[in-house]
Design a binder for this molecule. Structure first.
Ligand SMILES: [Zn+2]
Length: 511
């Protein structure tokens, strides 16, 4: 019966859409076989999918940092199981979108990419080198002077110049690579505050990432910016409002949060959940929200945050409410920045929980906008090394040990050749390595069932590395709304920018 419950839910989401969304719809009872009849319904719905070729008023670009197809498959099961379902039939919100393509993520100088190069590709239409923030590949990494003549205009800058409203949201620091590439230009992603600029860079004309958000020279400036990273916006003698141990990181004495507020009567700065909740969209505010000294909490830990933080879904809702007040439209970038961080830590549970929250943020944006005038793109910047393997029985806990149903019909652990159980999820490399100094090769460590399901468990990996690495596999682009049909086949990642510009009928400026 579980499968029918989940299929019916998909159908109700599709029913409220004015553009048909292909889905595993409620099966017409033809054969009584849920998957056979479900496929017939999906087929009928697929045939009604239209190509919306009209102009997009709004574009929302969702990026889950590091969310490759393996992470999506595991997250959909995790999401279903968190509601008591077996999980395999579940679909995350964006998996119901009608159009998709595969995105090739390599950087111009790296087979396996980083977030700076990949986000530059999506934000500017130019593929570039690893580590560079909206600077073209012609500039060497870290070369201030060369970078000054190689700035690549971003979709946020172009939209501001056209009079649209603009927003940037991340669960990472707002100065971290992905959000930074929407509004800043630096040849080295670490230049988050002036304290990180190398000697001579300021004099040569380069500016740190945080100051570029505040000094943004296009249109009337970025209208909505929320995430973490207060320290990059506060001077070194300023006490952090939430964390007694923390001071600002800036050496130039600038308090960028105060400078933001001083811009106009509409500009406001918030740093905790109560202030966030008090923001009144009807007052048409321009809001900077920085809810943590560095990155925001993982979704798994958010409710324990000292001063409280909004969720990714809550920030997305607030942004859409405020930005959609502009009749000319808006562009918004929303990043689930910490799927990547949890993977780097070899910690699948936190990655899946952040991916689940991301799917809810997408669902909120879809529900609050009209698919006739809003292009929603959902993708990742790059993959990781997560593996999803073994022969677990259907409905087995995605975070658990591999269990199967034996010939006697018993649900039991499936041992590996060393007689020990293993987990369904693992990593190719990372901190949970089974082969490392001091560990007997014949004594492969594995936790108990309870331990491996715990939120802090680091899944086993092969190659020992302190930080699990990115992957070079393709990631998926899911799309709904005007221009969404242009996503098909396997494309270069920088193609995403070109579709956004075409959908908005904006010229892709070349300098
Ligand atoms: Zn990463």
């Amino acid at each position: 019966m579980r499968i029918f419950a989940s299929l019916l839910m998909s159908a109700s989401l599709a029913a409220c859409a004015s553009t048909p969304i292909a889905t595993n719809a409620a099966p017409a009872a033809v054969t009584g076989d849920a998957w056979f009849d479900g496929a017939q319904s999906t087929l009928a719905q697929r045939k009604t999918v239209t190509h919306v070729k009209t102009k997009a008023k709004n574009v929302i670009l969702f990026i889950a940092d590091g969310m490759d197809p393996t992470t999506v498959a595991a997250a959909r099961i995790y999401d279903g199981q968190s509601r008591g379902e077996e999980g395999e039939e579940n679909l995350l919100s964006f998996e119901r979108f009608p159009h998709l393509a595969m995105s090739k993520t390599y950087n111009t100088d790296s087979q396996v990419p980083d977030s700076a190069g990949t986000m530059t590709a999506m934000a500017t239409g130019y593929k570039t080198r690893m580590g560079m923030i909206s600077v073209k590949k012609e500039s060497p990494v870290g070369d201030c002077e060369a970078s000054l003549s190689a700035h690549a205009p971003t979709f946020v800058e172009i939209a501001e110049q056209a009079g649209l409203s603009t927003g940037v949201i991340s669960t990472a620091r707002l100065t971290h690579a992905t959000p930074a590439a929407t509004y800043a230009h630096v040849p080295e992603r670490d230049w988050e505050s002036d304290a990180a600029l190398p000697e001579g860079a300021y004099e040569a004309g380069c500016r740190d990432i945080a100051s570029q958000l505040i000094d943004f020279p296009y249109g009337d400036g970025v209208d909505f910016a929320m995430g973490g990273g207060r320290a990059n916006f506060l001077p070194e003698d300023a006490q952090d409002p939430e964390d007694q141990e923390r001071k600002g990181w800036r050496k130039d004495g600038r308090n960028l949060t105060a400078e933001w507020v001083a811009k106009s009567d509409k500009h406001a700065f918030v740093w905790n959940k109560a202030q966030f909740d008090a923001i009144d969209p009807a007052a048409d505010p321009r809001v900077l929200g920085l809810f943590e000294g560095s990155h925001l909490e993982y979704e798994a830990d958010r409710e324990n945050d000292k001063a409280g933080e909004p969720s990714l879904e809550e920030m997305t809702r607030k942004a859409v409410e405020i930005l959609s007040r502009n009749d000319k439209g808006f562009v918004l970038m929303v990043e689930a920045g910490r799927v990547d961080h949890a993977h780097h830590g070899g910690n699948a549970a936190r990655a899946l929980m952040d991916a689940q929250e991301y799917a809810q943020a997408v669902a909120a944006a879809y529900e609050m906008t009209d698919p006739k005038d809003t292009l929603i793109i959902v993708t990742a910047d790059h993959g990781h090394t997560l593996t999803f393997a073994g022969y677990p029985a259907k409905g087995n806990d995605i975070l658990g040990l591999v269990r199967y149903v034996n010939t006697e019909g018993e649900n039991t652990l499936l041992p590996a050749e060393d007689g020990k159980p293993y987990t369904t999820l693992g990593y190719a490399n990372g901190p949970g390595a089974v082969f490392k100094k001091g560990v007997d090769l014949l004594e492969r460590p594995i936790g108990t069932e309870e331990e491996v399901k715990g939120v802090n468990y680091q899944q086993p990996s092969l190659v020992p590395l302190g930080s699990e690495t990115h992957g070079g596999q393709d990631v998926t682009i899911y799309a709904s709304g005007p221009g969404a049909y242009l996503f098909s086949g396997t494309v270069e990642q920088n193609y995403i920018f070109h579709v956004m510009m075409d959908a908005l009928r904006l010229s892709p400026q070349t300098e």
